[in-house]
Design a protein around this ligand. Structure first.
Ligand code: WTA
Length: 571
């Protein structure tokens, strides 16, 4: 769709200043904002929390506003420092050391954030898991990372196959539980007796900080490994893109189980010392508008799926709330529809700034920063200090308006440093000095990037990345399913939905009940967002002669597109 650019607003920024600053940009300059610039001693937990807690002007400022249907709580920077110190002492007592993997599997809560920073303070690597994961998803991640410790709630215990996880030594339980075990640590009891003084484990910039598991088109989810150095880019994008000012009240809607929920739900806002709103509970248009209204949120980072739901909830709902506190809105995770941008200009007088990045990239790379004119439908331009390009499969740059691989020149601060225990996979991302994203895009003459789609089979449903292999593997565990092929099918609200094609084992008859049973099987085994919304029973699934499922062909059939080259198709 062709739409007129929406010009940048006057007021917050001076464009000339901005351009001069951009010209002078260097990552070296950004480093001067950190305490370690002179000492060389780093820990991202110190920069995000303790630094502000040691500042007399900031320590009593509200750092976290926790707001859930059944609980409201405020923590200052000083509170967060003390709580995370206490938790760090618990970990130390349990023998957790630098480099150990400690996972979190629980809903967002003040306890989550205290634990998260406690993990970083002992120098361990934090692995946050999305609370909706079911047994298989939890097991795959704990097994691959060889996590020695897990923080969870008693309600989620049944999804943790403890007997199959020999490396998992201890489980910290946040809440009351009956079953006694030497492996369990009572969070509240231990916190009560724990000292709020803790000597942070100082680490190197290149030491491990986070493992985020994410999906590719083949194999199990892979552990994307990030290091403390990423803070440089979290900080810089907090300034350049999120436009954080000391008095801001910021809200990022993402769960910390996904990278947006850590890089921008935790690090960027607190590196800048702003008040951060954390909302628990389920999404409804009323609860989200209400969160902005009640807390006077000024800066909001959210996702297209949620925005589309807000659009379809209608003007009547938005008009019941006061959105006038908002001054800056951003989006990430999937293509942002131009219609949604136009709607936001009408609904609350603000443009929505799209941002593009990935779990692997650790932080924003291509964005609409505040002083830019927005071309609705475009992801924007690279941030200062980053070079993006469109390249062919050999890593040669393509001219403007030509579609190809969206790629980034290696060397930005927040780049993943490894795929956990899988060096081959890590290497496969790079061609000719470029990190190749797996997305296709083109760049126009003015340097704006336009997203075109994924080049692999990765599915993006409601902004969540799902690997078809994971879903296929779960499907064929069901006794009725012989073979399975899984694709993403375009959907106006969710971006894509998961559609599965299956064949049945002998003795099973196709029926609506069976299809529903299989769907539930995936939902309860893996997670609700990975369960296919559509399941079609076929006589055969197209495969290559080497036995690989031809998802591309399934997709072409589904969409009624030409099937292209099928020469490798099995007889
Ligand atoms: C997609 C989320 C279109 C893309 C931070 C990418 C987007 C994948 C955008 C990464 C955007 C992210 N427009 N597509 N602005 N942002 N994507 O790892 O396909 O969960 O490769 O990271 O989401 O998803 P991930």
């Amino acid at each position: 769709m062709d739409m007129q650019p929406i010009p940048a607003r006057e007021g917050n920024h001076n464009l000339k200043d901005y351009q001069a600053k951009r010209k002078a940009f260097s990552w070296e300059e950004v480093k001067k904002n950190f305490s370690w610039y002179h000492t060389g001693k780093v820990n991202i937990a110190y920069e995000t929390i303790d630094r502000h807690a040691e500042n007399p002007d900031k320590k009593n400022q509200t750092a976290l506003i926790y707001s859930a249907p059944d609980r409201e709580e405020k923590l200052t920077f000083s509170d967060l420092k003390n709580e995370s110190n206490k938790f760090a002492n618990i970990l130390k007592k349990q023998g957790v050391k630098k480099g150990d993997r400690v996972f979190l599997f629980m809903p967002r809560s003040p306890e989550f954030y205290a634990s998260f920073f406690g993990i970083l303070k002992v120098g361990a690597i934090a692995g946050p898991l999305f609370e909706a994961f079911m047994e298989q998803a939890v097991k795959d991640r704990l097994e691959d990372s060889e996590a020695s410790m897990l923080i969870t709630t008693p309600e989620l215990l049944e999804r943790i196959p403890q007997d199959d996880l020999p490396d998992l030594k201890k489980i910290v339980l946040v809440g009351d539980y009956d079953e006694k075990s030497d492996n369990y640590v009572d969070y509240y009891k231990e916190m009560e007796n724990s000292s709020d003084q803790f000597e942070i484990e100082w680490v190197d910039l290149e030491d491990g900080m986070l493992l985020h598991y994410t999906s590719g088109s083949t194999g199990k989810p892979k552990g994307v490994y990030h290091v403390h150095n990423a803070m440089i880019q979290h900080y810089a994008t907090g300034e350049w893109v999120i436009d954080l000012k000391p008095d801001d009240i910021y809200w990022c809607t993402a769960d910390p189980g996904w990278v947006t929920g850590t890089s921008y739900g935790i690090f960027a806002p607190w590196l800048h010392g702003v008040t951060n709103v954390i909302r628990g509970g389920r999404f409804t248009p009323e609860s989200w508008y209400g969160t902005i209204d009640q807390n006077n949120v000024t800066v909001w980072y959210t996702a297209p799926t949620a925005l589309r739901k807000l659009v379809s909830s209608g003007d009547k709902v938005v008009n019941q709330f006061d959105m006038s506190s908002l001054r800056h809105v951003m989006s990430v995770g999937e293509p942002l529809n131009p219609e949604v941008i136009t709607w936001a200009v009408d609904a609350f007088g603000l443009r929505i700034h799209d941002t593009w990045w990935m779990t692997e990239t650790g932080a924003m790379l291509i964005v609409n920063y505040p002083v830019m004119d927005i071309r609705p439908g475009s992801m924007g331009k690279p941030i200062p200090g980053v070079e993006a390009g469109i390249v062919d499969n050999e890593g040669n740059e393509l001219p403007p308006n030509q579609m190809g691989n969206l790629a980034i020149k290696q060397g930005w601060p927040s780049m993943m440093r490894a795929i956990w225990k899988n060096p081959g996979k890590f290497e496969s991302y790079f061609i000719n000095g470029w990190y190749v994203s797996g997305d296709s895009a083109y760049m126009d003459e003015d340097g704006y990037f336009w997203f075109q789609g994924r080049l692999d089979d990765v599915i993006n449903t409601s902004g969540e990345r799902v690997g078809p292999f994971e879903v296929e593997s779960k499907l064929i565990e069901h006794p009725a399913v012989a073979e399975a092929g899984v694709i993403g099918k375009p959907d106006p609200e969710r971006g894509e939905i998961i559609k599965a094609f299956i064949t049945l084992n002998e003795g099973y008859e196709a029926s609506d009940e069976l299809v529903e049973e299989i769907r539930q099987f995936v939902k309860l085994g893996l997670s609700a967002h990975a369960a296919p919304r559509e399941i079609e029973i076929k006589d055969t699934i197209p495969k290559t002669r080497s036995g690989k499922i031809m998802r591309r062909l399934l997709k072409s059939w589904e969409l009624g597109l030409p099937t292209g080259d099928t020469s490798t198709l099995e007889e």
